[in-house]
Design a protein around this ligand. Sequence first.
Ligand code: CP
Length: 314
Amino acid sequence: MKHFTSLEDAGEPGPLVQSALALKQKPHQHALAPGKRVGLIFLNPSLRTRLSSQVAAQNLGAEAIVLDIGKDGWALEFEDGVTMDGDKAEHIREASAVMGRYFDVLGVRTFPELKDRESDYAETLLTAFMEHAGVPVVSLESATRHPLQSLADVVTIKEHWKESRRPKVVLTWAPHVKALPQAVPNSFVEWMREADVDLVVTNPEGYDLAPEFIQDVTVIHDQLEALKAADFVYVKNWSSYEQYGKILNQDTSWTLSNEHLAVTNNAKVMHCLPVRRNLVIKDEVLDGPNAIHLDQSENRVYAAQAVFKRLLEL
Ligand code: CP
């Protein structure tokens, strides 16, 4: 594995999932990466990704150094061939190459602007980091994907599913007040398509995910119909892909409640966090016995640890 920015980079999920589960049993492996450094570069806010990646590196004996480049670094220019006479002080060509000299692995978080679909889906920012870093790059969430989250999600489902049949997994849209990226649902669909599950996606009209992610996955626009007999329900808001970056619907009948859970097979409820309580998911669900969102967050450590371990070739 050269980089970790999508499922394609990982090859197949199985070995990374097994590695994460093994590391969870025995996380403190400080002898594995002494002297190695992981750079964690954030262009956007984060709680889980930042802290879980730091803990993961430390569990391997590596040092993690965080730069909130959106706040503490120079404003970056990503366009080639421009005369830099505006407010951007440093070009990505130098910034990424310099960080590649400091670190053995570089983690990068970039969000989409949600204005120009073509530009966001071209992953311009993440690609520029990869082109110039000269070391393996890990996506800490990009414009279109959040693979560390998805790996943790697969690990969490595997931990919670003890039956021999394939579980029914439903990804459901929920309302939100802000226009959010499609990265988490895209990535979840990408990883679930390769997992041993029956996946259904439910969202209002106008919120269908990009065809390259959905492919032949069943999409149902009636949420209660989709949720019937679900074993896992993954709740997430995303803005429209079709009318790119727009909020088309804030229908709170999609807010996940115990009424929704009643039609499921006593489904476990997942969310990547942060979650807006009583807008996306009701308190009664988040504080109830079906919620496994904290397990997902915990598993972010072992997902990152498995990826760092593989990239550092330990
Ligand atoms: N789920 C997730 O990526 O959380 P943060 O945005 O807090 O990192």
